[in-house]
Write a protein that binds this ligand. Structure first.
Ligand code: HEC
Ligand code: HEC
Ligand code: HEC
Length: 127
């Protein structure tokens, strides 16, 4: 099948556009481990891509107050149980609740806070 001239032009523009996207387009999985391991729990894996295709950026980065820099948010378990941050949704209503400790605390020991993976989520338990 032959693609028309305009199809080819559009494809080239798409490629250029993708190449020009800044590095922050890395959405992979975010590891949160400022407190968890020090307090005897495995690091938290937050599948960013999984969430960001379901919710608008501003829900988390504005309304919930998550800063857009991996490792920059100081989140405590008590705040989550009180309905802040992850707990805004993980409350047995919008999504499964905080009693499912190891769905969030699924990281391997020793992981540092930061982004892992490329443009898509590998999900809990991989890192
Ligand atoms: C919806 C996701 C989620 C669930 C479910 C969850 N946690 Fe957490 N937890 C977090 C996040 C995020 C942090 C902050 C991680 C960090 O920066 O170290 C955290 C931190 C912690 C900490 C560190 C100390 C503190 O008080 O903040 C402990 C201990 C902890 N969680 C225990 C638990 C236990 C026990 C359960 C199950 C009863 C649980 N968590 C369920 C996301 C979750
Ligand atoms: C469900 C909540 C949620 C949604 C929706 C969401 N994010 Fe995030 N985002 C987070 C969390 C949590 C972190 C990690 C913060 C940390 O590690 O302290 C993060 C981290 C980031 C980072 C930092 C990456 C780095 O390398 O430091 C960027 C950039 C970002 N998000 C952009 C976006 C954009 C753009 C969208 C919408 C297209 C979006 N986020 C949607 C929760 C969300
Ligand atoms: C804006 C709402 C929202 C926020 C905030 C949010 N989540 Fe979620 N999360 C969801 C929904 C909805 C699902 C899908 C639940 C389901 O499949 O039943 C989900 C699923 C997940 C999954 C499972 C992914 C999979 O592959 O099945 C993990 C792990 C998770 N969330 C961790 C977190 C952590 C850690 C935080 C905080 C850093 C967080 N979430 C914040 C809404 C949210």
């Amino acid at each position: 099948m032959r693609r028309g001239k305009w199809g080819a032009v559009a494809a080239r523009i798409l490629v250029l556009w993708l190449a020009a996207l800044p590095a922050w387009a890395e959405y992979g999985d975010v590891i949160l481990n400022r407190r968890a391991e020090a307090e005897g729990m495995p690091p938290v894996i937050f599948p960013h891509w999984f969430h960001r295709i379901r919710f608008r950026c501003k829900v988390c980065h504005f309304e919930l107050g998550f800063e857009m820099r991996a490792g920059s948010n100081d989140v405590t378990m008590q705040e989550i149980i009180d309905g802040k941050f992850c707990g805004m949704c993980h409350n047995d209503d919008i999504a499964w609740g905080t009693e499912n400790c190891f769905l969030c605390h699924s990281g391997k020991p020793g992981l540092k806070s930061g982004i892992r993976g490329g443009h898509s989520t590998k999900g809990p338990g991989i890192w």
